[in-house]
Design a protein around this ligand. Structure first.
Ligand SMILES: NC(=O)c1ccc[n+]([C@@H]2O[C@H](COP(=O)([O-])OP(=O)(O)OC[C@H]3O[C@@H](n4cnc5c(N)ncnc54)[C@H](O)[C@@H]3O)[C@@H](O)[C@H]2O)c1
Ligand SMILES: [Zn+2]
Ligand SMILES: [Zn+2]
Length: 394
């Protein structure tokens, strides 16, 4: 089959590789019909390269048609239309069954790396499981993971159940903005934009922050007030001015470790990028490699006693954080990988509603053949050609 494989820093290629096969009775094989590129893939494409091997297949936002199931897979059958969550979770362990913390699944946790549940297409940090930017995908723990979706609407109506929708939903839920309150959303990429749509749908006042003009425009068109972070001297001051001098009740961080405007973190990431893998892994695991500009702005902006909900991915273990500020302001912090299946029942009614209130069908900016995936990565990373969300069609 054809599949998008990582070969080096900013070097991904579509290769011919063996078709996947059923390896466990809990596996399924799907024929992928749509597979999106995520902001998280951009971290793998660039700064997290030391955790990948040449040939690793990327992609954790796939959907398609079931081709084959293992003997223990009962809730789906060949021919079914399914979306595959990016978390690989078993559904029956303590974390899955009792806590609904599917990104912490104890069956697929990575003890050697000290990380949570395995994720599709997500480097050695998360199980090195081949991903879904490919013609076919082996789905582990398929007795639980795949989400059956109805026939009819275009793939894009349901595709974002794999990641963007539950991640944005969890980000908004964790922000716990009081009724009538204000939510600031930092980062207006796919996660931030979807969070804005969900928060507006919930009746909140939303203020979005980014520096890419067309992304600010997209948010403005949703009725979101926007702040261009390049046009203000102090973002927190600008937000306080808009919120009776106090700052927003909650802040959702949807930027992540490659934030613009963080010179120290950028230098550290550049150094890590030229070291041999084993050394670079240590630097990333033990050093403060994240670019913290956006996160610091979130901490600075949130009102006293407010909540910061972090959806953006961070990986540095020695980041300098102003704990005095957080403690003195009495800030609540919530974060983590999305627990995809926890939110599906809440989201589904909005997708089966034909008015498509979250605008999922128009969400992708680019739908391109799998063969053009390297170009898709490039324009998404450089934010060229209006690339906002790229969906690959194998
Ligand atoms: N928690 C999860 O389960 C989960 C799931 C999916 C994605 N993510 C993470 O969410 C983050 C966003 O993903 P995305 O797909 O929307 O990616 P993206 O890279 O397209 O979006 C990031 C946005 O932040 C903006 N930005 C950069 N620096 C900024 C700054 N200093 N202030 C304000 N805005 C700034 C960028 O211009 C961009 O629009 C990534 O870190 C991704 O890894 C997390
Ligand atoms: Zn993703
Ligand atoms: Zn589990």
């Amino acid at each position: 089959m054809r599949a998008l494989a990582w070969h080096g820093k900013r070097d991904v290629r579509v290769d011919t590789v063996p078709d996947p096969t059923i390896e466990q009775p809990t596996d399924a094989i799907i024929r992928v019909t749509s597979s999106a590129i995520c902001g998280s893939d951009l971290h793998l494409y660039d700064v997290l390269g030391p955790f990948l091997d040449a040939g690793d297949i990327l992609g954790h936002e796939p959907m398609g048609i079931v081709e084959e199931v293992g003997s223990e897979v009962k809730h789906i059958a060949p021919g079914d239309r399914v979306v595959i969550p990016f978390n690989i979770s078993c559904g029956h362990c303590y974390m899955c069954a009792e806590q609904k913390l599917f990104a912490m699944c104890e069956t697929t946790q990575n003890h050697e790396q000290g990380t949570g549940a395995s994720l599709l297409g997500f480097s050695k940090l998360y199980g090195q499981v081949p991903g879904g930017q490919a013609e076919f995908l082996r789905v582990p723990q398929a007795q639980f993971g795949p989400i059956k979706v109805p026939e009819g609407p275009a793939d894009e109506r349901f595709l974002f159940l794999s990641d963007v929708l539950p991640t944005a939903w969890q980000g908004v839920a964790y922000a716990e903005t009081p009724e009538g309150g204000t939510l600031a959303v930092f980062g207006l990429g796919p996660i931030g934009q979807m969070a804005c749509r969900i928060a507006k749908h919930n009746g909140l006042r939303v203020i979005g922050e980014d520096l890419v003009p067309d992304r600010l425009e997209l948010a403005r068109n949703l009725g979101v007030e926007v702040v261009d972070t390049e046009q203000v001297d102090d973002i927190a001051d600008a937000l306080r001015e808009m919120t009776s001098g106090r700052g927003p009740d909650s802040v959702l961080e949807a930027v992540g470790m490659e934030a613009h405007g963080s010179p120290v973190g950028k230098a550290a990431q550049t150094v890590a990028g030229i070291l041999p893998d084993a050394v670079a892994q240590k630097v990333i695991e033990t050093g403060g490699i994240d670019r913290l500009g956006a996160l610091m702005d979130c901490f600075e902006s949130v009102r006293r006693g407010g909540t910061v909900s972090i959806s953006g991915v961070y990986g540095g273990t020695a980041n300098p954080i102003n704990l005095f500020q957080l403690f003195d302001k009495g800030v609540q912090l919530r974060m983590g990988q999305a627990h995809v299946k926890r939110w599906i029942n809440d989201i589904m009614p909005l997708l089966t509603d034909d008015s498509d209130p979250l605008g999922t069908e128009d969400f992708a900016s680019h739908k391109i053949p799998l063969e053009e995936a390297p170009h898709g990565y490039e324009i998404f990373q450089k934010k060229e050609d209006g690339a906002f969300k790229v969906v690959l069609k194998p």
